[in-house]
Design a protein around this ligand. Structure first.
Ligand code: OAD
Length: 257
């Protein structure tokens, strides 16, 4: 059942998936960076460019890196925040929002720190890895608000000192979960419970390499719940997915409607 199904624009989505979708009472959609790739936001497996080309995402997305060179790390996140603010939701984001309107219950769990699902009209999104627009103090945790407007970052990126906390004068850190940090407990609990009670799960645009997020589809799969993976490339979840639709999320997700 899990042989890859090439799903280019001319290939039909298997009728079995559409039947499962019609019958489903509770659908979980887990998304990763691949869903925003067609909006122009590089995934974490893409080669880095500009000032960041000597680094891998893992070298910048951790507390040690921020302690070692906070201007490098803050500059990278401001550069990404600019990309996010300039980006527009793509057909995959919009299709997921529309699917929620047509399904008795849909839980959207994302590893993405952008707000493209929100801007496409999805509600109650479970952000497992935080949100780039919600930074906080590295020292005391106080929330910090960005000023209005898109950050004025050069195309190749630059080093940039983070702002200071108005409460304790500590440094402001990105509002995302870094490697080695725990996920927000509430988000994890809600996501794990959704996977423990859904009757259909879509796994879209994630390499399924980063845990614990990658273990969510396993929770559903272990219960025998059908899982549908949408990704142009092979992933760590290929062998466990009931259906592997090989293709871009922006092409395939709208056709589920
Ligand atoms: P990755 O960058 O690991 O993987 C992106 C996935 O998207 C890959 O499997 C690509 O094949 C797939 N992809 C690319 N273009 C696509 C498209 N148009 N449609 C569908 N899929 C496409 O991203 P994540 O799995 O989200 O964590 O990464 C998980 C976490 O690792 C991220 O949240 C981030 C990262 O380091 C933190 O920042 C903590």
């Amino acid at each position: 059942m899990n042989a890859p199904i090439p799903a280019g624009p001319t290939v039909e989505i298997p009728a079995a998936i559409l039947a499962l979708l019609r019958a489903a009472r509770h659908v979980v959609v887990l998304t990763g960076a691949g869903v925003s790739a067609e909006s122009g936001i590089p995934t974490f497996r893409n080669k880095m460019t500009g000032l960041w080309k000597r680094y891998a995402a893992e070298d910048l997305a951790c507390a040690e890196a921020f302690r070692r060179d906070r201007a490098l790390v803050w500059g990278w996140y401001e550069w990404r925040r600019k990309l996010v603010m300039q980006a527009q939701p793509n057909p995959a984001h919009r299709a997921i929002a529309a699917l929620a309107e047509r399904t008795p219950r849909l839980s959207l769990v994302t590893q993405n720190v952008d707000d493209l699902h929100e801007r496409a009209g999805s509600r109650d999104i479970i952000h497992l890895h935080g949100e780039i627009q919600r930074p906080r103090c590295f020292a005391c945790g106080q929330a910090f608000s960005f000023g209005p407007g898109i950050p004025d970052e050069p195309e190749g990126g630059r080093r940039l000192e983070p702002p200071r906390c108005t409460h304790c004068n500590g440094h402001i850190r990105p509002g995302v979960v870094w490697f080695g940090e725990a996920l927000p407990e509430d988000a994890w609990d809600v996501a794990a419970r959704a996977c423990a009670s859904c009757d259909l799960m879509f796994v879209v645009g994630t390499s399924a390499l980063v845990h614990p997020a990658a273990s969510l589809p396993e929770i559903a799969a272990r219960r025998g719940v059908p899982t549908v993976q949408i990704n142009p490339d092979a992933t760590a979840f290929d062998d466990r997915a009931h259906f592997n639709l090989r293709g871009a999320a922006g092409e395939i997700m709208p056709r589920l409607l």
